[in-house]
Ligand binder design. Sequence first.
Ligand code: MTE
Length: 312
Amino acid sequence: MRYHPKPDWHIRASGATPERLYLDRRQIVAGMGLSALASPLLASTDVTKLAPLKARRTIATSEEPTPIDAVTGYNNFYEFGLDKDDPAANAGTLKPRPWTVRVGGLVQKPVTLDVDTWISKLSLEERVYRMRCVEGWSMVIPWIGFPLAGLLKSVEPLSNAKYVRFTTLADPDQMPGTRFPALDWPYREGLRIDEAMNPLTLLAVGLYGRRLPNQNGAPLRLVVPWKYGFKSIKSIVAIDFVERQPLTSWNQSQPSEYGFYSNVNPDVDHPRWSQATERRIGEFRKRPTLPFNGYGEQVAGLYRGMDLKKFY
Ligand code: MTE
């Protein structure tokens, strides 16, 4: 992942958001801890243009969600450029509907789903998850989605299926970044089946009570909160059960820096920087990074007996 000389809280400043969801402006400014800087940092995404999504709240956290302007204005989505403010500026060309997702590979019952029709029948949940990016910053995001496990079970995986591979759209007309070889497109990710079926693993279709903005991976993206952010693949078009550990975009591009597992681990440094601490967007002081991003109780058992320095 390209390391970035800009301060990690740098957010494009292009006006104020007309509607504040969840967070009162004073809370945001106080939360920034940098009140003098807070105002110019509040970038804009007109969230009022995104359709609202209803969800029942299931998993919350005592931590304050990151201001929505940072969640929608400070992104990694290389299909729209390499800088943090590129996705918000460029992702308008993505057409998230109509959109189909093909779920297949080693399964009994492959299916192609129209995303809108399908999610209109689902009971959506809101889950406030911490997200830790491999670059050293973190956010707290109120996602709306549903556990991936239900979808995976419904297609009846065959007994030789061991992994799940995810693929993003790669259409140069909608995603100008795919005209350049920053990564081997399409963007691909993978999980072991037990990781994919873990109740924490979410397919997200919204955030902050609205449909996903394009820059956050509309209409459908993965959220795996105990792994570095790059595992949370955006704008998914295919989900396949496979027998062998699949190639993933970052592992393929720089295998010494990005492993298949990519569990958040303060004890395993990235070759070019430490992973021991992180900066929560909006905070000034760094905080210690927790093993499995603080979700160890739920997921550490998945890796019992594995050398996590080897399987990074
Ligand atoms: N998915 C695709 N298709 N392309 C990407 O470049 N970047 C990843 C991940 N998913 C990426 C992607 C990285 S590096 C991170 S940190 C998260 O998306 C960022 O998600 P967010 O912008 O919604 O916070």
